[in-house]
Design a protein. Structure first.
Length: 508
RNA sequence: GCGGGCGUAGCUCAAUGGUAGAGCGUCAGCCUUCCAAGCUGAAUGUUGAGGGUUCGAGUCCCUUCGCCCGCUCCA
């Protein structure tokens, strides 16, 4: 859908994805498993096309830099499981374990570290009032409730404040939640483990505990020295990686948008601190136009600067973070994140240097200076990108037989062309088979002899195949075929020996 | 994790506590010279799973799993 208005619901798309072999629920015959999905034949092709295009456009032939010179990016494929200390250094072991507190009465949920408590100074037996840190209204409400409880106005000197996490179980039992009047409705802070863990080796204990990576980025930082030492790269340069990452999301939701196993396409761009701003702008532009080049255009895609209060623990305040967001049906009229371009400063390298005790500084010959490079990180979701492509392509059309077609950009379509004999006789299947054999050397092409031509066109509409080449009774004599265009259903006739040229022009 | 809704063929959905069905899709055959045509036929279900009540459960009860919506979360 290219308009800004929502014209279909998510379950229609989910249904088509199942019906046409794009995406299936994982472990379906065993009742499924929450937060995991399997890619079917067409979904795999679509995702692979997106992945390969990214690799080609970012690693094999990246765009020219802001000064007009070629940029240097090398590829990497690091292990999903690394030394557990990696995630302490990265901040994930701490940052990923947010204790949560639920209110049994109001059903509200709070981050325990966001709750503060108010109590009468010196009073160990009376009620305690929780409020949300930084929320003036919440604080005022707590103060008011406390004053009502002790039946007098209180000055700041009369009260004590502390973190909710510092309370004992007894104190928690007499604590009144931010949005209720009764004490003892808050649950104990509960830990949500956002990283999956497992163990290595034969002995299973705390020392053998390891984590499945929650992002591919850290594998790049771990290999920064290796790449510098072996690949003759000079700052500025980038290291790119595509791979699976795992997050034990509290609530997997919205099809493959928030799943527990997903794929990322990340670049860590290493540069001098003085140039970070310039490169940040550069990558925002490059990544924004890249998504547009594969068909995500118009009002459904936008760039958004993060508000300061939602900056990640690694985000450098200077440049902040930009999101490239897509208007998914389930976020409509809002947007959901496709990619974040973050200025990570030298946070990661300095943390790994500190935790590993290995020097990670880069020596710059030209500047005769040794420093930890700053990092600009364009981090894209391959799974989310695939979902955005599916959402963008889904086009209801009550006037055509399939009632819907998938308007994929020809570059990423899972089936790029189909070759059909108009009917299965008079030598047409033989010509079709010959043309199909030639085209499949270079493109994803299918052929089909069975059933009526209209039915075969309709199937290709749902699969999102942009072009069908049909051999008819005249082809043998005039050496021409009919091209049927998916989006317009228009037909034109071109020479049989020009089909490959047509594909080169339209698909690339 | 909480609240609400839902779960029946590949998909969309029917079936008063009493024989599990339809449409579409899929497949096969015939037909067919440009849009799911037509005709004939076929396959596919432990009604998400497990227990219970009942002479009898898709239907009622309990548990559990999954999906959707809201809260929460989204480093």
């Amino acid at each position: 859908m290219s308009e800004s208005t929502q014209t279909y619901s998510m379950h229609e798309l989910v249904s088509l994805c199942k019906r046409r072999g794009f995406i299936y629920p994982a472990s379906e015959i065993y009742g499924g498993i929450n937060g995991f999905w399997d890619y079917g034949p067409l979904g795999t092709a679509l995702k692979n096309n997106l992945r390969d295009l990214w690799w080609r456009d970012m690693v094999q032939r990246p765009p020219l830099g802001p000064d007009g010179n070629e940029v240097s990016i090398v590829g990497l494929d690091s292990a999903i499981i690394q030394n557990a200390k990696v995630w302490e250094a990265s901040g994930h072991v701490g940052g990923f374990n947010d204790p949560m507190v639920d209110c049994r009465e109001t059903k509200a949920r709070y981050r325990a570290d966001h709750l503060m408590c108010l109590g009468l100074k010196g009073d160990r037996s009376g009620q305690i009032y929780a409020y949300v840190d930084g929320d003036e209204d919440s604080l005022a409400a707590a103060q008011k409730k406390l004053e009502k409880y002790v039946k007098k106005a209180l000055s700041p000197d009369d009260v004590d404040t502390c973190q909710l996490t510092a309370l004992s179980a007894e104190e928690l039992a007499v604590t009144v939640g931010p949005d209720t009047k009764n004490a003892g409705t808050l649950t104990e802070p509960r830990q949500f483990n956002l990283m999956f863990d497992t163990t290595t080796g034969a002995i299973r204990n705390e020392d053998s505990k390891v984590y499945l990576r929650p992002e591919t980025a850290q594998g790049i930082f771990l290999n920064f020295n290796n790449v510098v030492d072996t690949m003759r790269v000079k700052v500025p340069f980038g290291i790119a990686q595509i791979g699976k990452a795992f997050r034990n999301e509290v609530t997997p939701r919205n099809f493959i948008f928030r799943s527990r196993e997903f794929e990322q396409m990340e670049i860590e761009w290493f540069c001098h601190e003085d140039d970070a701003e310039k490169w940040f702008e550069f990558w925002c532009d490059v990544r924004s136009s890249w998504w547009q080049s594969i068909g995500l255009t118009g009002a459904n895609i936008m760039m958004r600067k993060h508000d300061d209060d939602e900056l990640a623990h690694y985000a450098k305040e200077g440049c902040g973070t930009f999101d490239i967001e897509y208007r998914f049906p389930f976020t409509h009229p809002g947007f959901g994140e496709l990619e974040g371009v973050a200025h990570r400063g030298n946070y990661d390298l300095s943390r790994h240097q500190e935790f590993s005790k290995k020097k990670l500084a880069y020596f710059d010959q030209a500047k005769n200076e040794r420093y930890l490079p700053h990092v600009i990180e364009p981090s894209a979701g391959l799974s989310r990108g695939t979902l955005a492509l599916l959402c963008e392509a889904y086009t209801p059309d009550p006037d055509r037989a399939s009632k819907v077609y998938m308007a994929f950009h020809p570059k990423i379509a899972p089936i790029q062309a189909a070759v059909f004999p108009l009917v299965g006789k008079d030598g047409m299947p033989e010509i079709a088979h010959q043309l199909w054999s030639e085209l499949r050397e270079r493109w994803d092409v299918v052929t089909d002899v069975k059933q009526s031509i209209g039915k075969r066109y309709a199937r290709m509409d749902e699969a999102g195949c942009p072009f069908c080449f049909t051999i008819d009774g005249d082809t043998a004599s005039d050496q021409a075929v009919t091209v049927r265009h998916r989006d317009t259903q228009a037909q034109e006739r071109i020479a049989l020996d020009q089909v490959a040229t047509f594909m080169s022009e339209k698909v690339g």
